[in-house]
Every structure is written in C-alpha cells, then in structure tokens.
Design a protein around this ligand. Structure first.
Ligand code: KDG
Ligand code: MG
Length: 407
C-alpha cells in the first residue's frame, strides 16, 4: 500500500480546523488532525509544502519508520508546528492500517482495556448562580465529572468564562472568533481569594461525590500554585490543571511539597522530553497532551508507557479546537491503554459534525470510539469547502498594570 496523495483540508465549520487526508494507490483514505489553534496555516504550510511531497510513494504501513523519518530526518525536532504535522501523518497512517485490518484502531493498540471512557465536561459561570446552573446543565447532558471555571469579582472576563451567556452552551470566548486577539485583565490575588469559596459552595450544593476539576491555565507562580492546591484540599478535586507554566519543570517540586491536590499538566507540551522531570520525579498525576499536538498515536503511546511506570495516568486534552479526527484518535488510545485516567470532552457544533462524520458516541458519562474499521471519522469535503477559513485568536491576558501575563 503506497501513499498516492496527501491533501491538506482547511475548513472552518464554526471554528478553524486543519486536516490531512492521505490516499493510497489501492483507493483507501486516512485522516489526521493538524489543528493548532490560532496558528493553523503554519501547520497547513508545513504539511503541504514540506511533508506531503516526501510522503508520495512511501509504504503506508511503515508508521514507525515514517515517524522517525519526519522527526529525526528533518533535523529540526519538536515544537508545536512540527509535532502537529507529524501527528497528522501518524494518525492518518494508523487510520489506514486499521482499515486494511478491518478493525477499529483500538484493536491494533492491544484491544479494549475497559468498556467505556470516562469523560469530563465544562461548566462555567460569571457568578455562583450561573455556575451552579451550568453544572446542572452538564449533568443533564450526561456528564458525571465536571470542570468548574468561575468568574472573579472585579474581573470582567476570565479564562473559560463567556462575557455573555453562550446560547450554544459552549465555553463562549474559547469558541469565539477574534480576527485580532482581544485583551483581558487578570488579578492573581483576587482569583486566589475567590476560588476556594467557589469550590466550597459547589461542594455544599452537589455533595462530596461529584468529581470536580479546575484549570488554572498557567496563571500562577509555583508558590501561588502551592497555596491554591492547599486551599482546595478540603474540596477534594479530581485534578488541578496547569497550575503553573510547566516549562519550568523544577517549579513543580515546590507545588508538590505543599499539597496533595492531584496535578494535571501538559496540554501545551508536544514531546516526551517536556515531561522528563515531571514523570521521573512523579511531580504530576495526569498527562494532558493531545494526540494532535504531541506527535500522534506513535508518540503518545510511548509517553503513556513511560508515565505508567510511575503510576501517572492519562488525561488527554479534548477541547473543541481538537477536531473530531483528533478526538477519535484520543479515544482509541484511551480505550486501549492501561493507565487511562479521564478524557476531556467538549461536544462540537452541528456545523462541525456536518463536515466530520464520526462513529464515536457519548452516553451516561462515557465515550466510546465505535466499531467502524479505522479511526471511524470521515471528512465530507463538499461540506468542508462551504466553510472558509477565517483568522481567529485566543485572547491575550494582561495584569492590571498592563504587563502581558500567561494565558
Ligand atoms: O487552544 C487553547 C485551548 O485548547 C485551551 O484553552 C483549552 O485549556 C484548555 C482545556 O483544558 O481544554
Ligand atoms: Mg487546559
């Protein structure tokens, strides 16, 4: 089975997605997600200008060799653009191999280790009543584990919270289109004072059993993160995510020394190298990378195998800027690996599902990739062509004095 074509599809059904479509000389088609939110066209160019031409004529079955060829062979390694491009090739080749085998992809990864994939959904509110309603709405949708993001008094907007209620029930600004990045104001002390009161109220309302998660989005220093983790201990979080920018891996030692709140890190990481200290020293509990951003199934499987040696589990990144192709790839891994933890799930819009036809399902808090041979996602190119790319950016975050802060 030789690679005959490698097409890049850029489409924007509600938000921008980049997809690699690999075709073979025997008429099969495989897909990989290459979406890098806000930098989409850089990956599209990397694929169509540099990687696609190298793939033509290669044996589509040689997944590991192709991965190494693109990673080591290019001389320039790692980085979000490179690793998203390699991930797209890798996932498309796994899709093809599983189609040839006539099996859903998870069967090639060792088969199912569980019957369903526990998923968490997003709840958010500008104030407490709105947040409690949002949690109830997620529960009604079937979610049994919930990420809680709350507005902070005195701050107009904050990560994960819409400025106005989102009629689609989504997270608002994360889905929003900003041709120029909008700017938000951040106040660390106000956040640190307010957040424990939010979790106290949520626990009082929903009781001790509902698994609750929270995403700090890299906004704290290690000592501030240590303080927050400690303050949240009475509310028994499932995890505290990205409590500090973890490029400074050593900083996590300090956080760890002060709190037993479980820590999840890694959605901006794209290589196992980024995790070396964090995993070896057991400084985190969950690995957050996305298949789409960290080199595909081939690389993620090795990352999870390393994590398993240290009792660290998976928590694959699954926001709406991962396309259904990337989501499906994560689900096949989730089902197969032993050290699965939880999967983030933001259902996509109806427009997105018009373009990406998928076989995965969500029922009673659990996802399943389905039994369709391959990845179980196809792209309707006619539908994709109707949604033209429009530049869109995440907001930029500034402290009250105007200093740019982590987003
Ligand atoms: O592109 C950035 C988003 O993927 C990110 O803001 C979502 O933090 C996120 C999460 O945990 O889903
Ligand atoms: Mg996050």
């Amino acid at each position: 089975m030789r690679i005959a074509g490698a097409d890049v599809i850029v489409t924007s059904p509600g938000r921008n997605f980049v997809t690699l479509e690999i075709t073979t000389d025997d008429g099969l088609t495989g897909y990989g997600d290459a979406t890098l939110n806000g930098r989409e066209l850089a990956v599209a160019s990397y694929l169509s200008d540099h990687v696609g031409p190298l793939l033509i004529g290669r044996d589509a079955h040689r997944i590991e060799d192709t991965w190494q060829y693109l990673h080591r062979g290019a001389y320039w390694r790692r980085g979000p653009v490179t690793m998203a491009a390699i991930a797209a090739v890798d996932v498309a080749l796994w899709d093809l191999k599983a189609q040839v085998a006539g099996l859903p992809l998870y069967q090639l990864l060792g088969g199912a280790s569980r019957t369903g994939i526990r998923a968490y959904g997003h709840a958010s509110g500008r104030d407490l009543p709105e947040l409690l309603d949002s949690i109830r709405a997620r529960q009604e949708q079937g979610f049994r584990s919930i990420r809680v993001q709350s507005g902070v008094p005195g701050l107009e907007t904050i990560y994960g919270i819409s400025a106005a209620p989102d009629p689609a029930g989504g997270p608002g600004r994360e889905n929003g289109r900003h041709p120029q990045p909008s700017e938000e104001t951040w106040d660390t002390q106000a956040y640190l004072r307010h957040l424990p009161t939010v979790f106290e109220a949520v626990r009082n309302e929903f009781g001790p059993e509902l698994p609750l998660l929270h995403d700090v989005h890299h906004r704290l220093t290690p000592i501030q993160a240590a303080k927050l983790g400690k303050a949240l201990e009475p509310y028994d979080l499932f995890w505290l995510e990205d409590c500090t920018p973890a490029e400074n891996q050593d900083g996590l030692r300090l956080v760890r020394q002060h709190t037993t709140t479980p820590l999840a890190i890694g959605e901006v990481f794209n290589s196992v190298v980024d995790y070396q200290t964090l995993i070896r020293e057991q400084l985190i509990d969950y690995v957050r990378s996305a298949v789409t951003h960290a080199g595909g199934i081939t690389a993620m499987r090795k990352l999870f195998d390393l994590a398993a040696q240290y009792q660290i589990k998976s928590g694959i990144h699954g926001p709406a800027d991962i396309s259904p192709v990337g989501m499906a790839a994560g689900l096949h891994l989730d089902l197969a690996i032993h050290n699965f933890g939880i999967q983030e799930f933001m259902p996509h819009s109806a427009e997105t599902y018009e373009v990406f036809r998928h076989s995965y399902t969500f029922r009673d808090g659990y996802l399943h990739p389905g039994e369709t041979p391959g990845l179980g996602v196809t792209v309707d190119r006619a539908a994709a062509a109707r949604f033209e790319y429009r530049p869109a950016y995440l907001p930029v975050n500034r402290l009250r004095d105007g200093t740019v802060h982590d987003w």
